[in-house]
Write a protein that binds this ligand. Structure first.
Ligand code: FE2
Ligand code: FE2
Length: 220
């Protein structure tokens, strides 16, 4: 079952939640009403749940084998968001409002990893997502004990997040548009919408810290 849309109607998996909207054509650098309208249409996909994905429609015959390693890698990075949140909460330790936003963000990122990992396990039964997560974490740790941003400033941290979120939104939108495998298409479209909302969250805080830190093009 899909979550209710803002109009109160529940949508079937075959419905197009944002008719005529090609996510990969969204331009985060654009400004004005057209962008706001595009974002609103895309964000209709908010609040999805893994168990509500159309797993019964999985079609192994439509899987592009070249995509599988990319999805596995993406699943691991996404699932690691809890560590990044710990780092963010250290860097912004006197900003409880942002810390709360960061924790909400992490829940969605971890869900991205979980959904992609579950899809990869369907495609490749020899792939054990949890075991892969353990190997990944053994080889890579976010520097969670730092109390200053690795980007040089708090504004820099927010701008880095904005860039990552727009990049990942485009990445998943492109995969969602290109794949014919129904479950992956749904996952990627949902994730692309989440990433776009994440961009908006970090952009809001980037403006706040830009005002506070007073960075210019010479020291930012
Ligand atoms: Fe994500
Ligand atoms: Fe994100």
């Amino acid at each position: 079952m899909n979550p209710a849309a803002p109009d109160g109607k529940r949508r079937g998996h075959g419905d197009e939640p944002f008719p005529g909207t090609n996510l990969s054509r969204y331009d985060p650098a654009a400004d004005g009403a057209a962008q706001d309208e595009a974002v609103e249409r895309i964000m209709v996909r908010a609040h999805w749940r893994i168990d509500e994905l159309p797993w019964d429609r999985f079609d192994a015959g439509k899987v592009d084998p070249d995509l599988v390693p990319l999805i596995k890698a993406a699943a691991l990075v996404e699932f690691n968001a809890d560590d990044y949140t710990a780092y963010l909460c250290n860097v912004f330790k006197d900003d409880p409002e942002f810390q709360e936003a960061a924790r909400g963000w992490a829940i969605e990122e971890v869900q991205h990893g979980e959904a992609l990992g579950r899809w990869a396990e369907l495609v490749d039964p020899s792939f054990d997502f949890r075991a892969a997560v353990e190997r990944f974490r053994a080889g890579y740790r976010v520097p969670i004990d730092l109390d200053a941003s690795v980007r040089g400033s708090r504004t820099g941290e927010m701008i880095a997040r904005c860039m990552v979120e727009t990049g990942t939104s485009s990445y998943y939108a492109a995969i969602g548009d290109s794949t014919d495998e129904p479950v992956l298409k749904e996952i990627c479209r949902n994730i692309a919408a989440d990433e776009l909302r994440h961009y908006k969250i970090f952009y809001t805080y980037a403006k706040k810290y830009l005002d506070r830190e007073g960075l210019t093009k010479f020291n930012g």
